[in-house]
Design a protein around this ligand. Structure first.
Ligand SMILES: *Cc1c(COP(=O)(O)O)cnc(C)c1O
Length: 378
């Protein structure tokens, strides 16, 4: 389609006009069963009443006081996230990339007195599209872009603990990673690797930054993915599902690391009252033990159902079906014409990231469509 919108992403033709629960509807009235959900952002599905009501009410009271004033909403959400995560300091941003940019700045500021500024990152990890987060990302297609990159990022092969140990020197301030690589095709780190990394970071006195933009807020069946691994990272970033579709992200750490001084970090819209009302509505649901149990139950069912088509990997409701012979993008295109929204992080796998409150009914429906779509290729 010719458009005045800059072409920054390939998108299919249909123009989406409304969403409700697990469905998105386009301008022609076609309904789509949505297993992409705003790229894993719509934790509770499209326009859930708890969220729309919270936003509506907040919009009639206060939308934005600005970064120069306190609001009860941002204090309350910070306290809430702190109580849920065990970190005693929280700050907000508007996107995952900004949260990671903030974490990178925090680590550098923390390391500054001892001359530490280098950050070890990993092949395949994705941290966003600002210049620093693209420099930190281990996405091969980024390598040729926007050079020279931000210096100071040292990249190790994924899960290669020996290379990490070799790369650490007295100028290293942090190690940064995803616990489940999302954009690279849903690759969970092993428990062994994460334990070794946590020990290494502690021994060497470097920070561990865990990017939970995709894995946080219940996506993996625990409120935070680090809980699966029994570690406590130094800095955790959240985004995507945090606002249930509203643009908001967060950075968590403990007081000992929270070394920002006024003016070092911030943004006009960070933590505004409207987005905070959305976070509150999301946390009210997602933090309930029975909600997380349901995510685990749905995950086990989806995992099991997908296994009939091939190898499945991932955690919670962030799963991938391996398609070793390729063709995943073609399946996504055909699925769209059949009223199903799926995602292919690359041509070798399909990624499933339904709303966290997905039920057996939608999973069954998706599996039925998927079986028809995969039939010719198996
Ligand atoms: C999506 C994503 C980001 C970037 O978030 P934006 O909101 O798109 O800036 C960063 N890290 C991970 C792991 C992500 O999945």
């Amino acid at each position: 389609m010719k458009s005045t919108l800059m072409n920054v992403a390939n998108k299919p033709e249909p123009i989406m006009v409304s969403g409700s629960g697990h469905y998105l509807t386009d301008a022609s009235g076609q309904r789509y069963l949505d297993f992409v959900q705003g790229w894993a952002a719509n934790s509770l599905g499209h326009c859930p009443p708890e969220l729309t009501q919270a936003i509506l009410e907040q919009s009639q009271t206060l939308i934005h006081a600005g970064p120069g004033y306190h609001t009860g909403q941002s204090h309350n959400v910070a306290e809430r996230l702190s109580a849920l995560s065990g970190y005693d300091q929280v700050t907000f941003a508007n996107s995952g990339a900004e949260a990671n940019e903030c974490a990178i700045k925090l680590a550098r500021k923390w390391g500054e007195p001892t001359g530490r500024y280098k950050i070890i990152t990993f092949e395949g990890c994705f941290h966003g599209r600002t210049l620093a987060t693209m420099s930190a990302s281990g996405k091969a297609s980024f390598d040729a872009l926007y050079n020279p990159k931000v210096p100071g990022f040292m990249r190790a092969p994924w899960q290669d603990i020996d290379t990490v140990a070799e790369l650490i020197d007295n100028q290293t301030c942090a190690i940064m990673l995803e616990l489940v690589q999302g954009e690279a095709g849903v690759h969970p780190a092993t428990h062994e690797f994460i334990s070794q990394l946590a020990v290494l970071a502690r021994e060497q006195g470097v920070l561990l930054i865990v990017d939970e933009v995709q894995t946080g807020i219940g996506r993996t069946g625990q409120l935070f993915c680090f809980e699966h691994y029994g570690i406590k990272p130094s800095i955790v970033t959240l985004g995507k599902g945090l606002g249930g579709g509203m643009p908001v992200s967060a950075i968590l750490c403990d007081t000992a690391i929270a070394c920002f001084e006024p003016g070092d970090q911030g943004g006009t819209f960070n933590g505004n009252a409207l987005v905070m009302s959305a976070v509150t509505a999301v946390l009210d649901q997602v933090s309930l033990p029975e909600f997380l149990e349901q995510v685990q139950t749905s995950s086990a069912y989806l995992f099991d159902q997908l296994s009939q088509f091939g190898d499945v990997r991932g955690k919670g409701l962030l799963l991938a079906l391996d398609m070793p012979k390729g063709g995943a993008n073609a399946v996504v295109d055909r699925a769209l014409t059949q009223g199903l929204l799926l995602n292919a992080p690359n041509d070798d796998c399909l990624r499933f990231m339904p709303a966290l409150n997905v039920t057996k009914k939608e999973v069954d429906q998706m599996i039925e469509l998927l079986a028809q779509l995969l039939e010719p290729s198996i």
